[in-house]
Every structure is written in structure tokens, then in C-alpha cells.
Design a protein around this ligand. Structure first.
Ligand SMILES: Nc1nc2c(c(=O)[nH]1)N[C@H]1C(S)=C(S)[C@@H](COP(=O)(O)OP(=O)(O)OC[C@H]3O[C@@H](n4cnc5c(=O)[nH]c(N)nc54)[C@H](O)[C@@H]3O)O[C@H]1N2
Ligand SMILES: Nc1nc2c(c(=O)[nH]1)N[C@H]1C(S)=C(S)[C@@H](COP(=O)(O)OP(=O)(O)OC[C@H]3O[C@@H](n4cnc5c(=O)[nH]c(N)nc54)[C@H](O)[C@@H]3O)O[C@H]1N2
Ligand SMILES: [Mo]
Length: 809
């Protein structure tokens, strides 16, 4: 145990990291990636255990990675993991412990001053703990005692006063039990991390195509001709996906990227698992076209692409007609050389249409209105808002039109926006123009975050009663489920601030750091009656707490989960809507840990008393929970237990894949955004920049593994603001200078983050970037997409001023 003490002392002796900023010239992956894996396994003391364990990651009968939700292929590589998956594994199976001695040593007041990295770095939680007010420390408590008091407290409250949060890591089995517990108690307050993540997709996709999730499957990547890759940072957020992209590029597939930044993973990749590539250093160029859009500029950019397609189609039609009338038939628009060339090339290829009119007619509504809107937008306006030129948008359109099957892949740069829902509508509109949904090699791929965030929704984690099978639950378990709409994450924050929410139960996650307006949120959080945290590692949401506070440590997915009927498996759903079984491999971090299902059952029984649910029997054998899931959702989970370890997972049925549109109109809908960009009070202010919050390559959400962002050339620092060099000089600053960031909207309240170091960067003028969660205090709660309530984490007007402090990272 000596290393623990040493590491604690070392981390708290304010040992200064020295920040190094230097442009990174290497590819994504490659030797940098191999070195990074070696470093973290050493740091977490798992160097010996690591390689053998990692060889079972994402394999049938192995464990499913706890990092991102990317697909797990049927034909696996010898090592089916990436740099960040290896880091997440090392972080969970670490030999470090935040044990009783640790909690005995520090008051929570002291721990509140620790950075996020240092809290989690203490290692795995080992004992159930209750906050002792007199000592201001977490002290050990017996499980039974903890459940009994939590049950008593929750029972004493009105169901409207309690929130049941889920971070997207918990398994299908745990999530199903958790939502059942909340509903039997009488609450639909089931906010989750998805409310801050792909909620814009969850609202927009059903409206556009009648599916709540993306429609793409892995084989689409093998059949596609072209991928539109929008606002997702593959090299950091889902590196295993680079293998699929690399294979596609090798087949000659065009990748057309739209991103605020030039992200290395979207530029070049060396596969760390390919000895040939590693030895020769041969890189794969990922994007064939790279369009750097302004922050929030995607509606304009995609409208530009659609306009070019629609107008080229108009021109072809006109030329065909005029040829019939004896004209030479060439499209005439001297101002738009690119479009003329595009239409001419289509004509030369003997194409009569650019759009798929048969598909549009048979399968869609709203085309004419959308086409008129596209024709009506002026190029100057589209150029100004998107930051792209007319030629660039036309070029993207030409590439799109020449491809028979095109995929649409997107991530947070589109969803975490004030107009997030309309961004996703726009992606669907573009796909529908050429029938790129529901055919091999086409489809929408919404790249999900947490490893089971998509699956949790599939088994009932939602605040919206209309999306949960309430009648079925009522029939199976003999209770009357609440029918009122529960709170989403933003609404839960409002309820915590206003004192309406009195208890918060958290199935994983780090709510207090992940939400907007974090400084203000902490004040409300402290006034809560009860906070219960089911977690693997210590974080800020645990050290700031309610009047009664419990910290309940659970097994991680990588650990052997032994129950009455033997070792258990759990299951998850990937980004491409396939279900996978997962079996733990390592010895639990402490004998005191309970599994997540056991903890949920413990709290449920103590709260609800006698019910029809066989909680104990379920905990003894998770196959019974899967049977219950199958009974609740017979089509989706048909033969769940039998198919649990299907190679490559078993697929969730999605009607949109078969071109069956489960929408009100019975068709796929073109939905026209009402404007191109949100309106801000600051539109005319020249000193305002549009901030996007970013993830480094050395973090998983609020879990900060370290202070390196290799691909962006940043070492040893996180308090950074990435700026365009012209903005730096225009605003009178210098590269490396320390600045404070202030929110430029919401005049009622000053929101400020101090002492960020300016880093000159290739980012469009008028935009800037900074890391999440350090800059979350800047985001007003009300600054979210009104349709999906997704916080606009990728677009916030801010001002910069010279700081009185030097950057401390
Ligand atoms: N290593 C690692 N992996 C992760 C996570 C992690 O924190 N670390 N988090 C997981 C989770 S929960 C999620 S949701 C996913 C997140 O994965 P991503 O969807 O990749 O989200 P971000 O990393 O936040 O970055 C989004 C990208 O959007 C770009 N962008 C920002 N604004 C705009 C814009 O207006 N337009 C366009 N076109 N682009 C824009 C940014 O430059 C960035 O490249 O990753 C998951 N995987
Ligand atoms: N500014 C800004 N804010 C953002 C974002 C952004 O891009 N910008 N992104 C948003 C997004 S996409 C998301 S998904 C949210 C993430 O929000 P959350 O999901 O709430 O946060 P995480 O950081 O993923 O949670 C990490 C904690 O989960 C716990 N944990 C880890 N593994 C397990 C486990 O197996 N079981 C249990 N019970 N607990 C476990 C650990 O204690 C760890 O400290 O943040 C959102 N916030
Ligand atoms: Mo996420």
C-alpha cells in the first residue's frame, strides 16, 4: 500500500506541471498511441495484468469496453481496443484505492479544494460510506443500514421531490431495474447523461425518419461510397471507429468532413495494431475533403450543399427541356462556375437528375417547401454564417451527388447546440435528397458517447412517460405507474436550484461537474436533504453533498460479478443498435463492493417494501432480469438470453432501416429549419467570440486521466483557450497570455472562469475553444436547445479580458 501514500502526497504537494504547447505533427494512432497506453498502465500499476485483460476487450465472452459506445465487430482484430479504451480499462482495474484510511484522513471541506484529476486518481472506492456531520468525513456504514435510511428518507418525500439520475454506463439489466424502481415509487424524474448529449437526436430523428436512434450498421461502412463526417472527433472520442474509416478509405471511399477544428484523427491515422503501418510509418489520409465550419454554422453549410444539389437538379431539368426545345442545353449561371461545372459533369455522365425523385415522391413529405427554402437562401448569407465558400459547398454537393450510397455520421458539435434538433433535421434532409436512408451503404450514424447510453433509453430510462411501456409495466408488476412528465437534466438542475428537488440518487456519473452553471448548482446541491451516489471512483459530486449523504461503491463492468447462481454477465447496446453480452474478468477492487443490480434492489426494497418484483431472485441470476426485459419488449429483445453472446451482437429492429417510416405522416419528413443561426443579443459586438467546449485526448468526460492533449499539441495544461491568431491580435492580446472568460449573454449575472492561457490555434475567426468541464460555470442553465433541452455546450457567446492571475492548471 506504500504507493498509495506516495501518490497522494505527490499529487497534493502542488507539484507544478509545466505546460508545453507545440504543434503536433504526428498522425492519430501510431507510436504516440502505443506509448500513451504503456504510460497509463504503468501509472495505474496494471502493467502486468493489462495486456492479457485487454485481449478480451470487446470480444464475445469478454468484457465490453467501458469507454465509448462504438460498434463491436463480429470479425475481431487480435486486439479489439484503442488507446482510450485501454486507458479506461486501466483506470477501472487500477490497484489504487480510496479506502477507509483515505477518507479518515481528509475532511470533505479539504477534498473540495482538490482538482477533479486528484480525486479520481485516489483509485477505487472500497466501502459504503455515510457522511458524518460532526467530523465532516465519510465514515464506513453497513449496507443494510444505508439502504434502510435511504428508504426511510425517500419514502418521507413526495415522488416529485426525488430525482433518479443515470450516467450512460450502467448495463441494460441495472437500468431496467432502476427505472422500474423509480416508477414503482411514483416518479418519472429520470434525467440522464443523454439529456446533455444526443437528446437532440432523440427528438429530431423520430420526427424526420421515425427512428429514435441512428440507422447505420457496420456493413454499411463496407458498402458505402462516401461518408459525410460532421462534428465528431473520432481520434479522441471513438478511436476504434478509425479502423472502419481506414478500411473504407482503402476501398476508395470519400470522406467529407465538417468540423470547427482540424482534428488530427480526421486528417491522418497510423493503425497501432498494424505492424506494417507501425514499422513503415505509412499513414492513411482520412478526409478527402475537409471543411472547417464556423461554430454553429452547420445549418448554413448543409443548406449550401442542399442548395447546390437542388439548383444543379433544376439546371439539369431545364437543360433537358431546352435541349428538347433546340437550345445547346448547357447550364447558364456565369457567377457560379463550380455549380455549372457540377451540373455539366452530371449531364456528361448522362444523369438526368441530381436528386432521387422517385424516392422523394414515394417516401417523403415536405420536399417542395424545403427545396424552396434552399433556393431562397442567398449564397452570401450561407457563406457568412457557415464560413465556407460557395465553391466549397458546391464541391461537397458534387462529391455527394456522384456517390450512390452516402452515410451521415455526426456527433456533439451538432447536438450540443441551441439549434441542435434542427441540425439533426438538416442531416436527415441532406440524406433524403438522394434516398440515403434504408439502403446498404447509406444511413444515419449518430455516434453515441457512453458505452450503454443508447441502451438505457431502450429499457425505459426516460423522463417522458410516452416513451416508456407504462401499461406493460403495470400489467407485469401490478402497480399504477405515474403518467406525468418527469424532469430532464436541465429541469432537474432548475429544481435543485429552486429547492424543489430534495433528494438525488445517482447511478454513476458526475452530475455536478457535467451540467451547466456548475458554480451556482453547487449552492443548491448543498441544500438537498439526501444525496446518494452509486459510484466506482470519488468525484466532485460526492464531496459536495446534501444534509444526508451516502457514497455507495459498486463493481465495475470489468470485474467478476459473483451472485447466488454463479458469475453473472450483463449487456449493453452500441452506437449501431446491436446488443452485446459482457463478462467481468478481474477480481473485484474490494470484497465490500456490491453490484449495481444489488444496490438498486437494496434501495428499492427498503423504499417500496413488499412488491411483485422478485428483486432478490433477479440479483441472484441476471438472466431473470433479461427475461423480464424480454417480456416487457418482446420484439426488441426476442430470445435475449439465447442471443446474449452472438458474435458482433444481435441487432435491434429499426423500421426506418427497411424504409418503413413510423412518423405521424407515415413518411420520412423534410423538416425545414426556421433560421440559419440562433439570434444573440451580442450579434453586433465585435469583442464577442463563440465558445465551443472540447474534450482532450486524456479525459473521459469529467474523468481527467491526465493533462495531455497530444493531437492538439498541448501538454501539462487544461486551463486553455484556443484562439485564431487574428482574433488574438485584433482583441489586443498575445499568444500565451492569461485571460478571464465571461459569458456575454444573460446580463443578470456575471459568470466568469479566470486565468486561461491563450493558445494560438487553427480555428475560424470569431470562434474559440476551451476544455469541459473547467468552463462549465460559464453556461447559463437557460442556454439550451428549447426543443431537446440539450445544453448548448458547443456554442456560447463569451468575452475575454486580461487576467490578474497567472494560469494555474
Ligand atoms: N476519450 C474519450 N472518449 C469519449 C469521451 C471522452 O470524454 N473522452 N466522451 C464520450 C461521450 S459521453 C461522448 S458524447 C462522445 C463525444 O464525442 P464527440 O461527439 O466527438 O464530442 P466532442 O469531443 O465534444 O467534440 C465534438 C467535435 O465537434 C467539433 N465542433 C464543435 N462545434 C462545432 C460546430 O459548430 N460544427 C461542427 N461541424 N463541428 C463542431 C469539435 O471541433 C469536435 O471535434 O465521446 C465519448 N467518448
Ligand atoms: N461543457 C460541456 N459539458 C458537458 C459536455 C460537453 O461536451 N461540454 N458533454 C456532456 C456529455 S456528452 C455527457 S455524456 C455528460 C457526462 O456526464 P456524466 O455521465 O454524469 O459524467 P462522467 O464524467 O461520465 O461520470 C464519471 C463518474 O462515473 C462514475 N463511474 C464510472 N464507472 C462507473 C460504473 O461502472 N458504475 C457506476 N455506478 N459509476 C461509475 C465514476 O465515479 C466517475 O467519477 O457531460 C456533459 N457535459
Ligand atoms: Mo455523452
Amino acid at each position: 500500500m506504500v504507493h498509495l501514500v506516495v501518490s497522494r502526497e505527490a499529487s497534493m504537494t502542488s507539484k507544478r506541471r509545466s505546460a508545453k504547447i507545440k504543434a503536433y505533427s504526428g498522425p492519430a494512432g501510431g507510436w504516440g498511441s502505443a506509448k500513451s497506453v504503456a504510460e497509463i498502465t504503468l501509472k495505474e500499476h496494471v502493467a502486468l495484468r493489462g495486456p492479457k485483460l485487454l485481449s478480451t476487450q470487446n470480444k464475445p465472452e469478454g468484457y465490453m469496453c467501458v469507454s465509448c459506445a462504438w460498434a463491436k465487430p463480429a470479425k475481431t482484430h487480435p486486439l479489439e481496443f484503442c488507446e482510450n479504451g485501454a486507458k479506461a480499462t486501466a483506470w477501472e482495474v487500477t490497484t489504487r484505492r480510496a479506502d477507509r484510511e483515505f477518507f479518515d484522513k481528509y475532511t470533505l471541506r479539504e477534498l473540495e479544494r482538490w482538482p477533479d484529476h486528484n480525486l479520481e486518481e485516489q483509485g477505487r472506492l472500497t466501502h459504503p460510506m455515510r457522511w458524518d456531520e460532526a467530523m465532516d468525513k465519510y465514515v464506513p456504514v453497513a449496507w443494510a443500514e444505508a439502504f434502510a435510511e435511504i428508504g426511510r428518507e425517500v419514502r418521507a418525500l413526495d415522488p416529485h421531490q426525488v430525482d433518479f439520475y443515470t450516467s450512460g454506463r450502467a448495463s441494460l439489466e441495472t437500468s431496467y431495474m432502476y427505472q422500474l424502481f423509480a416508477r414503482m415509487y411514483g416518479s418519472n424524474n429520470l434525467p440522464d447523461s443523454s439529456n446533455m448529449c444526443h437528446e437532440s437526436s432523440s427528438v429530431a430523428l423520430p420526427e424526420s425518419i421515425g427512428a429514435s436512434v441512428g440507422t447505420a450498421v457496420l456493413s454499411d461502412f463496407q458498402n458505402t461510397d462516401c461518408i459525410f463526417y460532421i462534428a465528431q472527433n473520432v481520434g479522441t472520442s471513438s478511436p476504434r471507429f478509425l479502423h472502419d474509416l481506414q478500411d473504407a478509405v482503402d476501398r476508395g471511399v470519400k470522406i467529407v468532413t465538417f468540423n470547427l477544428l482540424r482534428e488530427r484523427g480526421l486528417e491522418r491515422f497510423v493503425n497501432p495494431q498494424s505492424p506494417a503501418q507501425m514499422l513503415t510509418g505509412k499513414e492513411t489520409k482520412i478526409s478527402s475533403e475537409y471543411y472547417q465550419v464556423n461554430n454553429g454554422g452547420d445549418i448554413a453549410a448543409l443548406f449550401g450543399v442542399c442548395k447546390a444539389l437542388i439548383e444543379a437538379d433544376d439546371a439539369l431539368k431545364a437543360s433537358h427541356q431546352s435541349r428538347v426545345a433546340g437550345d445547346d442545353g448547357s447550364p447558364k449561371d456565369p457567377e457560379n462556375a463550380a455549380m455549372v461545372a457540377f451540373a455539366a459533369s452530371m449531364a456528361a455522365a448522362d444523369k438526368k437528375h441530381v436528386l432521387d425523385h422517385d424516392f422523394i415522391k414515394e417516401h417523403t413529405t415536405g420536399f417542395e417547401e424545403f427545396a424552396d427554402a434552399a433556393r431562397g437562401h442567398r449564397w452570401e448569407e450561407l457563406e457568412r454564417i457557415s464560413g465556407l465558400s460557395r465553391d466549397q459547398m458546391t464541391q461537397a454537393a458534387a462529391t455527394y451527388a456522384k456517390s450512390d450510397a452516402v452515410m451521415m455520421v455526426y456527433g456533439m458539435g451538432l447536438t450540443q447546440q441551441l439549434m441542435g434538433v434542427q441540425n439533426v433535421h438538416m442531416v436527415c434532409n441532406l440524406a433524403l435528397l438522394r434516398g440515403n436512408i434504408g439502403k446498404p451503404g447509406a444511413n444515419i450514424c449518430a455516434v453515441r458517447g457512453h458505452s450503454n447510453v443508447q441502451g438505457q433509453r431502450t429499457v425505459g430510462i426516460t423522463e417522458k412517460p410516452g416513451l416508456a411501456p407504462l401499461d406493460k409495466l403495470s400489467e407485469l408488476y401490478g402497480f399504477e405507474p405515474p403518467r406525468w412528465t418527469g424532469r430532464s437534466t436541465v429541469e432537474t438542475c432548475e429544481a435543485i436550484m429552486s429547492g424543489q428537488s430534495r433528494a438525488f440518487i445517482s447511478l454513476g456519473g458526475n452530475f455536478l461537474r457535467a451540467v451547466p452553471d456548475t458554480t451556482a448548482m453547487e449552492d443548491g446541491w448543498r441544500k438537498m436533504r439526501l444525496s446518494v451516489q452509486i459510484a466506482t471512483k470519488l468525484n466532485r459530486s460526492h464531496v459536495v453533498h446534501g444534509e444526508i449523504a451516502y457514497l455507495l461503491p459498486c463493481l465495475g463492468r470489468i470485474e467478476v460479478d459473483e451472485q447466488a447462481s454463479g458469475p453473472q454477465a450483463v449487456s449493453i447496446e452500441s452506437s449501431i443498435a446491436h446488443f452485446h453480452g459482457s463478462r467481468g474478468k478481474t477480481k473485484p477492487a474490494s470484497p465490500e463492493l456490491l453490484s449495481e443490480p444489488a444496490i438498486v434492489a437494496g434501495i428499492a426494497k427498503a423504499t417500496l417494501g413488499e412488491t411483485k418484483v422478485p428483486w432478490d431472485s433477479w440479483v441472484g441470476n441476471y438472466a431473470e432480469i433479461r427475461d423480464a426485459i424480454e417480456q416487457t419488449y418482446p420484439e426488441t429483445f426476442k430470445d435475449f438470453n439465447k442471443r446474449l453472446f452472438t458474435r458482433g451482437g444481435f441487432v435491434r429492429p429499426l423500421p426506418a432501416r427497411e424504409r418503413k417510416w413510423v412518423t405521424k405522416s407515415g413518411k420520412a419528413n423534410f423538416l425545414t429549419p426556421e433560421k440559419l443561426f440562433p439570434e444573440f443579443s451580442t450579434t453586433k459586438s465585435t469583442d464577442v467570440l463563440h465558445l465551443a467546449t472540447l474534450r482532450s485526448n486524456d479525459q473521459f468526460n469529467t474523468t481527467i486521466y491526465g493533462y495531455s492533449d497530444r493531437f492538439r499539441g498541448v501538454e501539462g495544461a487544461r486551463k486553455i483557450v484556443f484562439m485564431n491568431p487574428e482574433d488574438i491580435s485584433r482583441l489586443g492580446f498575445a499568444d500565451g497570455e492569461s485571460v478571464d472568460l465571461t459569458t456575454a449573454i444573460d446580463a443578470h449575472k456575471v459568470r466568469k472562469v479566470t486565468a486561461l492561457r491563450i493558445v494560438q490555434y487553427d480555428i475560424p475567426k470569431g470562434c474559440c475553444g476551451a476544455y469541459y468541464p473547467e468552463t462549465n460555470p460559464l453556461f447559463p442553465l437557460a442556454h439550451h436547445d428549447p426543443r431537446s433541452k440539450t445544453p448548448s455546450y458547443k456554442l456560447l457567446p463569451v468575452r475575454l479580458s486580461r487576467s490578474a492571475e497567472i494560469p494555474r492548471d
